[in-house]
Write a protein that binds this ligand. Sequence first.
Ligand code: SF4
Length: 440
Amino acid sequence: MNDYDVERMREVLARDGFDEAATADEADLIVINTCSVREKAESKVASSAGRYRELKLKRPGVVVAIGGCVAQQEGERLLKRIPVADFTFGPDQIPSLPELLGKRARDRRRFAATEVIDVEDYRFLTAEPRLGQVPVTALVTIQKGCDNHCAFCVVPATRGREVSRPWREVVDEVARFVAAGAREITLIGQNVNSYHGVGEGGGDDFAELLARVDEVPGLRRLRYTTSHPHDFTEKVADAFRDLKTLCAWLHLPVQSGSSRTLKRMVRDYTREQYLRQIDYVRSVCPDISLSTDIIVGYPGETDSDFGETLSLLEAVQYDSIYSFEYSERPDTPALKLALRDNVPSEVKAQRLQQVQTLQKGVSTERLSRWVGREVEVLVEGDSARYPGQLCGRTTGNEMVNFAGPPSLVGQLVPVRITSMRSHTLVGESAQANHRLPVLA
Ligand code: SF4
């Protein structure tokens, strides 16, 4: 979501006559985008803003603006903590960036622009992809905000109520990205499964939206994130079987393997319901790659609760996970529910390590299933890590490095997997020695 916001800021500013500077030293405007989901991310804001103190001393006319969820949440307080900041602005204010810059120049006063736009008045920014200037994989937003109340989460407080984008806008934007050169689209939202976009022909649910996007000519791959198990239906799961472009990859955050903890998190599903969903998804798409989010050390999490998280990881066999220690965030329901952050930090650290050690073995085992098989890779570009090689992803989102000509970028290429590194696959492109056809 943050990457998407940055892209929209870039477009809004470009329309207002800004060009991108090569370095901060050359910039007239520096925008710092922030995330408040984790405590660590938030503390990074002050240190990255601090870097521009000297620059402001040398060139006082440089404007430093802080956007994103921390800015939304902290507003004026952030201005006090970060003297170098000229103004702060929340995610809903991105379209107004030029006006905010005008206000700063005119009034010469620092301010916080954190108004959340009402559901009825919210309009999605339209992306303007340019031919040949878009990456092979692009993001298209389908909703903003969230109506859930997960007790650990600050998103509803920073991004407001859920608004679904009209399906016609989504389909048109996907088509524009594809026409400009993108081959894979990821539909993004805080809880895409609760999508209920309107448009001619009435409201669509998420499965119907997927079916519409699947029909966009030239689209080769479709993904989505993030899902909430409470709203993940069999109809949505069936799309893995029925749609030609939908990738065999699902990120379905479980957060905890303990039904007791899930209830305290206000997640509205149980461990058993979640496991039934996984079984169903695998019944319609047996080779699907699965990932999830795990929080350890949630308030009141006992050894037995934690044991259930470990056993769930063993039961599901995810391809990858994102795991975090719980940290208390301002404005979350957990605080209002008076859930005390009472798991000692050393216990959290120990649990996190146990989760990561277990998952490392599972991920390695899962990744190894591709060795010796031929997979279809969407080539994204040069490998950043392995000079002279290309990189791309399988339908299951596994990264593959292999040798091949640059002309393969943007194409679906059959690659035989020969080995694996820690998190990636290594392959040989049949195209490199002209034996197999490219699936363009
Ligand atoms: S579904 Fe829960 S975790 Fe996800 S954005 Fe909404 S409140 Fe946060």
